[in-house]
Design a protein around this ligand. Structure first.
Ligand code: BG6
Length: 510
């Protein structure tokens, strides 16, 4: 286990939901696992008027997100954790002189001997990122003379290619690229990281991982929930910006990338950028019309309960044209993937919550079992990102009896079978990595820009292209009726169940 150096974590936007919901529970898990540095404090900073005690109550002692974890623990043990938290009111605005903040950080540093290492975690609206970075630099808080300084930023990272470039430039005026950590919580998921291991630590998959053996790749990200209380944010974002540009293209980059020369952060990130740059950008309207589908959920009754349509959700414009479903077909222009279609979809209000990657292999080029029924049953490798994390291989077996009838059987692995292993939550893993200076699982500036470069023309087309359609789908179904049009000629989307085992494979019960 790497040693984590003493440090201070300064959270901007500390009174917001993310701090209590994700960051503090992740820190608590690290505390329990004895992975916090010996000398470590958290300083929350935001515009709310709060004392240290009030902050501790809010994010630790009375937090509904920690309740279950701490209820049976010894009071001293919990207090020791809570006492690591401090709070500084920035006044009415983040755009202010940070000298007082600096003095507070210095005092904490001296009192708790945390050394000069500091992480600034920006959990504020993205419009404030550059302002905060500038104010930190103005106050001399970004220089690394006495200890390192790191800046962690949450998504969304830009609203378009242009705004992402501006933001990158803006931040890089005050912090060097190696100091900037752009969070994508999907990269913190074990199963997403396992894509690298599946591919590059086994010799059985990689030789097949190319256009000679793979017929097409399908990635599904489905959520059962609607936009919940985030209608205001979501309506300005939509599925493509909210999920596809970041989380799903990160997964795509791990599927597409070439083997890195080592597991060093920059080696992996270099290959991911190359992968994203090789996605074929769709520019003409006909291609965009043929290869993209967007849709919105409409009201429906699920399990006897009425659910609202997207346009009826709080904070959403009654005439909104923001998509809650996005399905994109695209190609990757490089040696490995030439002409192999990728189908990626993401949506809210689907029948279940599931994220998976399905590698569909080609059928054998010479088929000796002619009447076997094998022709429409390709081999599949299904990598289940969540839930019921695991891997499933579908392969052909002979049906007992005369002749050679072939059926598909399942070969599976479940993470849950690794009972001894504590699977880290995404934020826990990412925070620990940032604390240890490992940027492998964080997105680099050029990576983010390459992803926007691919997404931008789709967004522009959806905003003002000719013949653009917005389809509807009843909440609780697998998208609009025409969603299979995209896959025409190949079949249809694989609509998975919540459990990997639900996937039918051939078996003889008696
Ligand atoms: C967030 C999106 O980044 O990811 C949300 O903003 C989405 O809209 C969430 O619900 C999904 O994350 P997960 O880890 O639950 O799949």
């Amino acid at each position: 286990m790497n040693k984590t150096e003493n440090q201070i974590l300064v959270i901007f936007g500390a009174s917001g939901d993310l701090t209590a919901r994700k960051l503090v529970p992740a820190l608590y898990n690290l505390y329990v696992a004895d992975q916090l540095p010996d000398n470590f404090v958290v300083l929350g900073a935001s515009r709310s008027d709060m004392t240290d005690t009030q902050f501790r109550n809010r994010v630790v002692l009375e937090s509904s997100y920690l309740k279950d974890k701490i209820k049976d623990q010894d009071a001293d043990y919990i207090n020791t954790f809570a006492n690591k938290f401090f709070y500084e009111d920035l006044g009415g605005s983040y755009d202010t002189d940070y000298q007082r903040l600096r003095t507070r950080v210095e005092d904490l540093k001296n009192k708790y001997q945390t050394s000069g290492n500091i992480i600034y975690y920006l959990s504020t609206p993205p419009t404030l990122y550059e302002t905060i970075a500038q104010r930190l630099a103005d106050a001399g808080m970004s220089t690394q003379n006495h200890g390192w300084k790191r800046l962690v930023v949450e998504k969304p990272f830009g609203y378009s290619l242009e705004t992402a470039q501006q933001l990158n430039k803006g931040l890089q005026q005050f912090f060097k690229e190696h100091q900037i950590y752009r969070i994508d919580h999907y990269l913190g998921k074990e199963t997403v990281q396992n894509l690298l291991v599946t591919r590059f630590a086994n010799s059985i998959f990689e030789p097949l991982w190319n256009r000679n053996y793979i017929h097409h790749v399908e990635i599904t990200n489905a959520e059962k929930v609607g936009v919940e209380k985030r209608g205001g944010y979501y309506d300005k974002s939509g599925a493509l910006r909210d999920m596809f540009q970041n989380h799903l293209l990160q997964i795509v980059s791990l599927v597409v990338m070439e083997p890195p020369i080592s597991d060093a952060p920059e080696d992996i990130r270099d290959e991911k950028v190359k992968a994203l740059k090789s996605l074929r950008i769709m520019n003409d309207e006909q291609t965009l019309f043929d290869n993209t589908i967007r849709a919105q959920y409409t009201s429906s009754v699920i399990d006897g309960k009425e659910v609202k349509g997207y346009r009826e959700e709080e904070g959403v414009d009654k005439n909104s044209t923001t998509e809650t479903y996005a399905a994109i077909k695209f190609f990757v222009d490089n040696w490995r993937w030439k002409d192999i279609p990728f189908y990626v979809r993401t949506a809210k209000r689907m029948p279940t919550k599931v994220t998976e990657v399905v590698i569909h292999f080609k059928t054998p080029h010479h088929q000796i079992f002619k009447d076997s029924g094998v022709h429409d049953k390709d081999n599949k490798l299904i990598i289940r990102i969540q839930p019921d994390e695991g891997i499933l291989v579908k392969f052909g077996v002979k049906v007992p009896g005369q002749g050679f009838k072939v059926e598909r059987a399942n070969l599976d692995f479940y993470y849950s079978s690794l009972v001894e292993t504590h699977v880290m939550d995404a934020y826990e893993r990412l925070l620990l990595d940032a604390m240890q200076g490992d940027a492998t699982l964080y997105a680099r500036a050029d990576e983010v820009e390459a992803a926007w470069e691919f997404v931008d023309p789709i967004l522009k087309y959806w905003e003002d292209g000719k013949d653009v359609r917005m389809y509807g789908y009843a909440s609780g179904v697998w998208g609009p009726e025409n969603s299979n049009d995209l896959i025409e000629g190949i079949g249809e989307w694989r609509n998975p169940g919540p459990n990997l085992t639900d996937d039918p494979g051939f078996c003889v019960i008696c």
